[in-house]
Design a protein around this ligand. Sequence first.
Ligand SMILES: [Cu+2]
Length: 392
Amino acid sequence: MSYTFWTFRGTVPGSFIRVRQGDTVEFHLKNHPSSKMPHNIDLHGVTGPGGGAASSFTAPGHESQFTFKALNEGIYVYHCATAPVGMHVANGMYGLILVEPPQGLPKVDHEYYVMQGDFYTGGKYREKGRQPFDMEKAIDERPTYVLFNGAEGSLTGDKALKARTNETVRHRVQQEGGTHPQENVQTTLIPAGGASIVEFHTEVPGNYIMVDHSIFRAFNKGALAILKVDGVDDKPVYSGKELDAVYLGDRAGANLAAVTKATEASASGTLSVQDQVQAGQALFAGTCSVCHQGNGAGLPGVFPPLAKSDYLAADMKRAIGVVLRGLSGKVTVNGQEYNSVMPQMTQLNDDEIANILTYVLNSWDNPGGRISADDVKKVRLDAPTGKTVASH
Ligand SMILES: [Cu+2]
């Protein structure tokens, strides 16, 4: 999908501003002549009306200047405050300003800049094509996306944050504008318009998951990042299996690229079976493999196999229906009876279901073939409500 952001200097969040307490800061705000809107800036670290908003109001093709003294140390949000304020902010006009103590903050090995934002699009989550801003959803506070640094996957997979063991990553939690850190904090509340400095020391390697713990925002709206710490194990501190890739779903990493590729190919009309299989494989790993297993073999008596499943091969429309609506009651797969429940996969869109099933059809000696998003759509429209009831 694509979206037109409004930004400070071309990025969401805007550039990280760093000053020291006691500095006198001469602030210049330029609004490019090609802009359509006036903008300004409200820096929560500024002592003065509106954090500089009124003094920095700048029409397209203009430049404004104001000067402030950084009186208080801390980490602060800045954002555009031009009406409609919510719209400027929701479109990406925000960032952070750090006011360090006069002597500077203690040195650390890594500093990361992560900022969460809500996005309100005309279409649904992951819907393809150019998405307009949806003011109604914004007013209702129903974000389509909740993202770190302006994009889903901005800090996962190849783009995960990286550190080594025995390094310091900025373990203090310091609330916006606060001077005194709290210690041993695990989850911190960051209010809307607030910011925190979090400092910690890396002890053992692994993938550390950072989420908005209002958990649907993490797994269904995008607010998930990964800090990948490399280095040697310290078994007395932590022994064990590193990471359950299934828990991360299709956001686990590198393979998300295949999903993106398929989405693009589909939009441009060049989607190949190969694209579908690769995207389907990534999605299967994140969605279906937890029950049907990575090799499609299922678990005897509990989860039926998808590998060489006669039930699947017999009726593809029915298989689509199973994914769309779930399945419960008795079914016989390859001569063995199952009587369990498969939940409805409501989080998957038509393309994703088509890709997963195409992957299944082309794996593990299954008969091959191809399911299109249209095939899925038809089944979706066939029986809009209720679960598929097994008929064996
Ligand atoms: Cu603005």
